[in-house]
Design a protein around this ligand. Structure first.
Ligand code: CDP
Length: 240
């Protein structure tokens, strides 16, 4: 049994009314958790996630510490109630993979040598999921890291691109992810250096190039939201 719609794109419009190159509506708020050093809440369409950053702080267990740089730990977790069919609590293969690639997406911008023998812990909780949760986690974590005052070369922005009904589209919904031909989450720095690129499905070389261009456009828009969310928390806050 399948709830596959006949068409996912009709007359240039997707089922939620978006054009192929449009992101879902975004909401972002910085500093939502009192106990964390940095935090961020983000909504992207039907996704709701929260990121919390702790550190730099002492490493436990101590044998994990590195003499010349900070270590970065990232834990992605999906709440049991975040998806249609209850997800069993705790880590699974998928969340371990997402935690690994998300950590690698953020690590290149962090000035790791500033905090030897320390750790930065990043926690991401997905409260509601509708495809693209790893991209939401990365975007929210990037802002939470900035909120925690972690020195970084820039902010990482992330979005998914893919192929649906033969067209290259930005920011797939769950339905588009399930019934589309390809899904490609990407993360990049402001100057376009790619720090995450995964792909599920098939794209031709030309489609791949088109998808990368679209991802650049999407990430630029997300960067603007990240920037304004940080500015709105910190404007008027003096350094002294
Ligand atoms: O969320 P993301 O696109 O980064 O990762 P995915 O593994 O491609 O998952 C796509 C979507 O499938 C998730 O965002 C959820 O909406 C859904 N999903 C689910 O319903 N139950 C799970 N146990 C895992 C994912």
């Amino acid at each position: 049994m399948s709830d596959k719609p006949n068409k996912l794109i009709e007359k240039g419009k997707r089922l939620d009314g978006r054009k192929v190159d449009e992101l879902r509506p975004i909401k972002m708020e910085v500093g939502v958790l009192k106990r964390a050093d940095g935090s961020c809440y983000m909504e992207l369409g039907g996704n709701k996630a929260i990121a919390a950053v702790y550190g730099p702080r002492a490493v436990h267990p101590r044998h994990l510490q590195e003499a010349t740089q900070v270590i970065i730990r990232y834990r992605y977790d999906m709440a049991s109630f975040s998806v249609k069919e209850r997800k069993r609590p705790g880590p699974d293969r998928r969340s371990i993979e997402i935690s690994k690639v998300s950590r690698e997406a953020l690590a290149p911008v962090i000035l790791k040598e500033y905090f030897p023998r320390s750790v930065i812990d990043i926690f991401v909780e997905i409260l509601q999921a509708d495809a693209g949760t790893r991209t939401v986690g990365i975007n929210a974590s990037s802002v939470a890291l900035a909120d925690a005052g972690i020195p970084m070369r820039g902010i990482v922005s992330s979005c998914a691109v893919g192929k649906v009904d033969g067209e290259i589209v930005l920011d797939l919904t769950g339905q588009e992810d399930n019934y589309g031909e390809a899904d490609m989450p990407i993360a990049m720095t402001q100057d376009g250096k790619i720090t995450l690129l995964q792909m599920d499905g098939h794209l031709t070389k030309e489609e791949f190039a088109q998808a990368i261009e679209l991802a650049k456009k999407g990430c630029k828009q997300i960067y603007e939201v990240q920037r304004s969310a940080l500015i709105s928390k910190y404007e008027g806050v003096s350094n002294v």
